[in-house]
Design a protein around this ligand. Structure first.
Ligand SMILES: Nc1ncnc2c1ncn2[C@@H]1O[C@H](COP(=O)(O)OP(=O)(O)O)[C@@H](O)[C@H]1O
Ligand SMILES: Cc1cn([C@H]2C[C@H](O)[C@@H](COP(=O)(O)O)O2)c(=O)[nH]c1=O
Length: 216
């Protein structure tokens, strides 16, 4: 039975790497997949992993009918055995419904990868629809870690090195960016709540208020 599977996690937890591995293992056995992505950091029509691997993909633009695209491919003799979707959080809810239709009406497995919540801890509309429709939701086995050593569960955005909780939902970017640029950092909930990024924690540790007092 074909399935819609949502592999979800924070930024930088290995989603794109797993997407590439799933595609690689299937193509090694002669299966052909369609890979959709949206707004990958490597550019339009690319699926890239921080491990350095990158592959071509179909850019799932706003308003594109993903079900219609596959029907078109198959009608014109294209062989499609499975579908991979990276950056699925950026898809519109209607496009997630189209993914479910690909599973149900075309009997193809769809593996969708994405972050669940944004920098404000709010669901992305695409991720919300995936949580509503997926046959299975899988957490990545490799956990991203907060600077404190706890499992990272949330994504923080930094602007000029400061954590922010207001702004546009979508700003394509990366972790470990120079402080002056918009960047992201994965944190545990406790430190996301306290707005305590690794830089803020370092600054607090260096503050004279918390330095040990010496008497000699
Ligand atoms: N130099 C490295 N050596 C080993 N693993 C790395 C290295 N750089 C990144 N990674 C791994 O790649 C993961 C990020 O993979 P990626 O697929 O780009 O994440 P995601 O798509 O979830 O944002 C990191 O969590 C880490 O495990
Ligand atoms: C938290 C958050 C992230 N984004 C963007 C930043 C990246 O371009 C992608 C996530 O990619 P990854 O492969 O999972 O690292 O999403 C955003 O636009 N808004 C946010 O709130």
């Amino acid at each position: 039975m074909a399935e819609l599977v949502f592999f979800s996690g924070t930024m930088d937890c290995g989603k794109s790497t797993l997407a590439l591995q799933i595609g690689h293992n299937r193509s090694a056995r002669g299966l052909q997949g369609v890979i959709f992505t949206r707004d990958d950091r490597a550019g339009e029509g690319k699926l890239s992993s921080r491990l350095g691997l990158v592959t071509d993909a179909v850019e799932a633009t706003a308003g594109m009918d993903l079900y219609g695209y596959l029907v078109e491919q198959m009608t014109h003799g294209g062989k499609v055995d499975y579908v991979i979707v990276d950056e699925a959080q950026f898809l519109a809810p209607e496009q997630i419904d189209q993914l479910a239709r690909i599973v149900d009406d075309l009997a193809l497995d769809v593996f969708a990868f994405g972050i669940t919540t944004d920098f404000r801890t709010k669901l992305f509309p695409g991720s919300q629809r995936l949580l509503e429709l997926a046959d299975r939701i899988e957490a990545l086995q490799v956990e991203a870690m907060c600077w404190c050593g706890a499992r990272a569960t949330h994504n923080a955005r930094t602007v000029g090195g400061e954590m922010v909780v207001e702004g546009e939902q979508v700003v394509v970017g990366d972790v470990a960016m120079p402080a002056e640029e918009v960047g992201y950092e994965v944190l545990c909930r406790r430190h996301h709540r306290k707005r305590m990024t690794s830089a803020a924690a370092r600054a607090a540790a260096l503050s004279p208020d918390v330095l040990p007092v010496t008497t000699d």
